[in-house]
Design a protein around this ligand. Structure first.
Ligand code: GAP
Length: 512
């Protein structure tokens, strides 16, 4: 646990040192849980968005993208249920005065039991070596079974209490499990209360003329209210999807763990409109498609797992998270929700406008069902940064800090370097840069020794360094150094574009 906390600290400090993420308003001592993306962070973020947009919108001929306003008519949030039901249960510890989400305290408790199971499995593996049958062990070992039983009991009680808004029951569960405050170590809890997560503000400049509006807590509603606009203007046929990337705002009770949980964050959401009755088929389809999309990044397949929701949101009839193994443990990265026809029906009722689709094959009008995929851009960013960051000790005993980012997402794809600042090498480097810079973000770097320059590029995740030396002036060859293997090859300048393109083009993530 300690090692993992150190890992998060390392990632945060690396992100700041190299211009990926800064604490917001830092010269005014910062603003809690708010962060700014720096010069490299915004490049990485844009590349993640491009990967999502390309695979979701541009490679699916039945999905289109929109960009709706953050401010929306306040009745939208009444219709969507957010005004009445977008609450989290909060609980305070009277000794530390720290505030927690009651459901998160319980989930953390379950995670600890899961870790006990994993430890038991590790012990089994050590004891039995090659003969170890993990599946059998997990279904027969008494300690594993006892802990699984505990988890099932807790989850059943969570389902009951959260599902029925039974705040007293939730409090009793925390007390029965003897959960202590991580800060004070005490069990001196307040009762559990509901807390609405929406930020509100006033629209209109004249006093008395103002009306309360909300900062959107999800981008999805901008898609729902444009469902017919897009369907009609784009002549879309069901099944079809509408995608959007944008900011969302939630007044989180506890916003912490760096960019994992913020009050202002970005979502990449897609609503897939389907025939009523076909939603479970599409729900399974999108679960598989989305986990495949994540795994294609090469951060390690075992870092991802599904987790079915214990409490379904007010709009869903099935929901699962894709969890990632963050430095803080497995946590939600993306949600896939079967939202039924809840949202469109609510908007029909509150707006008085029909939001229906005429299905020519069935010769019938209906309100479509919706399967949603919703991934947090900032959480994607953290998953990629934390899984890519490594401190390595090299054979010669020296240290290097490297970000082995998926090459297609790296802020710079290539660093072009003249060996020295004279003998025409910088001019030649400029020529090489011109061959690449129209397609790929490149950095020109002529300061310091080559070793220092390589280390700088390793630390920001640049997949390739191209060195222009005196031999280049004679035979038009350069050396190209690979970030991960640190091996250098001498290649013809005429082959450079092809070699780089093969590794860093977004295509590498999108095919297969
Ligand atoms: N439209 C459905 C929806 O908003 P959600 O599970 O509440 O579902 C979707 O949020 C995703 O948004 C999450 O999986 C997570 O990646 C991201 N997210 C939610 N709250 C966040 C926060 N406070 N900070 C950063 N990302 C957040």
């Amino acid at each position: 646990m300690e090692i993992k906390e150190d890992k998060l600290k390392e990632v945060i400090s690396h992100a700041k040192e190299y211009g990926f993420v800064f604490p917001s308003s830092e010269i005014y001592d910062g603003l809690a849980a708010t962060y700014d993306y720096g010069q490299l962070g915004s490049e990485l973020k844009n590349n993640i968005k491009a990967y999502w947009w390309k695979s979701m919108v541009q490679m699916n001929d039945n999905i289109v993208g929109i960009d709706s306003a953050i401010f929306m008519h306040p009745t939208i949030w009444k219709a969507s249920g957010h005004v009445d039901a977008f609450n989290d249960p909060l609980i305070d510890n009277k000794d530390s005065k720290k505030r927690y989400r009651a459901d998160v305290l319980l989930e953390d408790h379950i995670e600890k039991i899961r870790q006990k199971i994993d430890k038991e499995v590790e012990k089994g593996l050590k004891r039995f070596g090659d003969d170890f049958n993990e599946t059998e062990f997990r279904s027969t070992n008494p300690n594993v079974l006892r802990n699984k039983e505990k988890i099932n009991e807790i989850e059943d009680r969570m389902r009951d209490t959260l599902g029925n808004n039974d705040l007293e029951g939730l409090y009793n569960l925390i007390v029965d499990l003897e959960i202590v405050c991580p800060v004070s170590g005490s069990r001196n809890w307040t009762e559990v209360r509901q807390f609405n997560l929406m930020f509100s503000t006033e629209l209109g400049s004249v006093a008395g003329d103002a009306s309360t509006i909300y900062l959107r807590p999800e981008t999805a509603q901008g898609i729902f209210v444009n469902f017919l606009n897009v369907q009609k203007s784009g002549r879309m046929k069901i099944p079809f999807g509408i995608a959007q990337i944008g900011k969302a705002f939630r007044n989180e009770i506890v916003a912490r763990q760096f960019i994992f949980r913020m009050r202002e964050f970005e979502q990449m959401e897609m609503q897939f409109f389907v025939r009523p009755g076909e939603e479970m088929k599409w729900y399974e389809y999108w679960k598989e498609a989305r986990i495949k999309w994540h795994k294609a990044l090469g951060l390690g397949d075992t870092n991802y797992r599904f987790h079915d929701h214990i409490k379904l949101a007010h709009y869903a009839n099935a929901a699962a998270d894709i969890e990632f193994n963050f430095p803080m443990g497995f946590k939600e990265l993306e949600g896939i929700h079967s939202r039924t026809d809840f949202d469109l029906k609510q908007h029909e009722q509150f707006s008085g406008k029909k939001l229906q689709y005429f299905d020519p094959e069935l010769n019938q009008n209906y309100v479509p069902y919706v399967v949603e995929t919703s991934v947090g851009l900032d959480r994607m960013f953290l998953s990629i940064l934390s899984a890519s960051h490594k401190n390595e000790t090299l054979e010669d005993g020296s240290e290097r800090s490297v970000l082995s980012l998926p090459p297609a997402l790296a802020p710079y794809k290539v660093a072009v370097m003249p060996l020295t600042k004279k003998d025409g090498l910088p001019e030649k480097a400029e020529e090489v840069l011109n061959l690449l810079k129209f397609d790929y973000n490149c950095q020109y770097d002529e300061k310091d020794s080559p070793g220092k320059r390589y280390r700088r590029q390793d630390a920001i995740g640049t997949p390739y360094c191209v060195m222009i030396d005196h031999q280049t002036m004679e035979d038009n060859t350069v050396t190209i150094r690979d970030r991960d293997t640190m091996l250098q090859d001498r290649v013809a300048i005429s082959d450079l574009y092809r070699i780089i393109d093969e590794k860093v083009n977004m295509r590498t993530l999108l095919v297969g």
